[in-house]
Write a protein that binds this ligand. Structure first.
Ligand SMILES: Cc1ncc(COP(=O)(O)O)c(C=O)c1O
Length: 385
């Protein structure tokens, strides 16, 4: 029986004391000089470029903006279709809607929670312009080669929604370098956190040039003495404060991803031994997961709501799930496009039966063992396994 309760958060950011001191020392200079889109934003872009290994990195205030800028810069608009998964944050699909194009939802695979290439192939039409692949929770799907091949054969842009995938890789290639462009989030609970922030990575010269203009609301950057606008952009500026946090967090990226992987390793080993019916998302040998979340699929007989209540009441252990209802069944998309149950059978089934276990870079090995002690004990007590 677990005797002592430990406070475990499901997610949190982490700044080491010396990082807090460094950030604090930099603030007066920001206040005396430039508050937004200055030298620190440039340095943040350089840090992102170095970590991702892309030729370019363009900063924005959020990943939402990064996705929307990418849609616009690729010329995606009314009459176009963009394939998106239903297992994602609403922002992925909204980026398509706000471009004027239509989001076409394709199903996911239970084992990966990422797009199923076979269903993507079925949904391609002459109007399809792009596929947005979400590296769900930080997993680069083993189906990536099939998706890349589909996009090549149909001349579609492959946009990585890498909001969760800082430091993730497959076959030595980093998230953000696997398609036409990659969009990253630096929101407070992401793998690295700047409060708010976004980056678009790309190797494409022309796309980069257009994105630079959108970074300045669509300004013609070749005109020096006037503010002349060539595209209908928005305010997507990143502040120097966020950039400063982002620079400092990038120095910890490797450490953070390694820690998250270590916690995952403990969870996976303990579950395999004690609760094999609780199945983590599978990670192939050639893949480094960034573990924004640690997702497990539960047997259908388990009520995750009941499990959540039990873990909270008995141990104060937070268990939750990301993204429910599946995005296509959100009221907004039911209203806009008339989606009903049955449209994407795998996602609709799988997303009722998954949970996330606590995951962040401040969890020690001992915390991870404690999470497993409580989860396994609580699960067995509730379900009698
Ligand atoms: C998959 C995914 N895409 C996009 C976003 C949007 O990111 P942001 O909050 O930085 O706008 C999020 C944020 O949670 C996300 O999880």
């Amino acid at each position: 029986m677990i005797e002592t309760r430990r406070k475990i958060n499901s997610a949190q950011h982490y700044f080491a004391p010396e990082d807090i001191d460094y950030i604090t020392a930099q603030v007066p200079e920001i206040l005396r000089t430039r508050l937004t889109q200055g030298q620190r934003v440039k340095a943040f872009e350089a840090a992102a470029r170095a970590a991702i290994g892309s030729r370019y990195a363009v900063a924005a205030n959020t990943c939402t903006s990064a996705l929307e800028m990418t849609m616009r810069a690729l010329g995606i608009g009314p009459g176009d279709e963009v394939i998106v998964p239903p297992q994602t944050f609403i922002a992925t699909a909204f980026a398509v809607v706000h471009s004027g194009a239509t989001p076409i939802f394709a199903d996911i695979r239970k084992e990966t929670h990422c797009l199923d290439p076979e269903d993507v192939a079925r949904r391609i039409t002459p109007n399809t312009k792009a596929v947005i692949l979400v590296h769900m929770a930080g997993l680069i799907t083993p189906d990536l080669p099939a998706l890349q091949d589909l996009c090549r054969r149909h001349s579609l842009a492959l946009i990585e929604d890498a909001a969760h995938a800082h430091g993730a890789s497959k076959g030595g290639k980093m998230a953000g370098t696997l398609g036409t462009a990659g969009c990253f989030s630096y929101y407070a609970t992401k793998v690295i956190a700047a409060g708010e922030g976004g980056i678009i990575s790309t190797d494409d010269d022309a796309l980069h040039e257009t994105l630079r203009s959108y970074q300045w609301r669509g300004q013609d950057l070749s005109v020096k003495d006037e503010e002349v606008f060539i595209y209908a952009g928005r305010n997507v500026r990143m502040t120097e404060f966020s950039a400063l946090c982002g620079i400092v967090q990038y120095q910890r990226l490797e450490e953070f991803v390694a820690r998250r992987n270590r916690v995952a390793e403990i969870y996976t080993a303990r579950l395999r031994e004690a609760l094999p019916e609780v199945v983590p998302v599978a990670v192939p040998e050639d893949t480094r997961h960034s573990y924004w979340k640690y997702i497990v699929n539960l047997p259908e007989r388990v009520s995750r709501r009941e499990l959540q209540r039990h873990m909270k009441a008995r141990y104060d252990l937070p268990i939750n799930w990301s993204y429910y209802p599946p995005v296509h069944l959100m009221p907004v998309f039911r209203t806009l496009y008339g989606f009903t149950e049955g449209h994407l059978p795998v996602a609709e089934q799988v997303l009722q039966h998954n949970v996330n276990l606590p995951m962040h870079a401040a969890l020690s090995d001992d915390d991870a063992e404690y999470v497993m002690d409580t989860f396994i004990e609580g699960y067995k007590a509730l379900l009698g396994t």
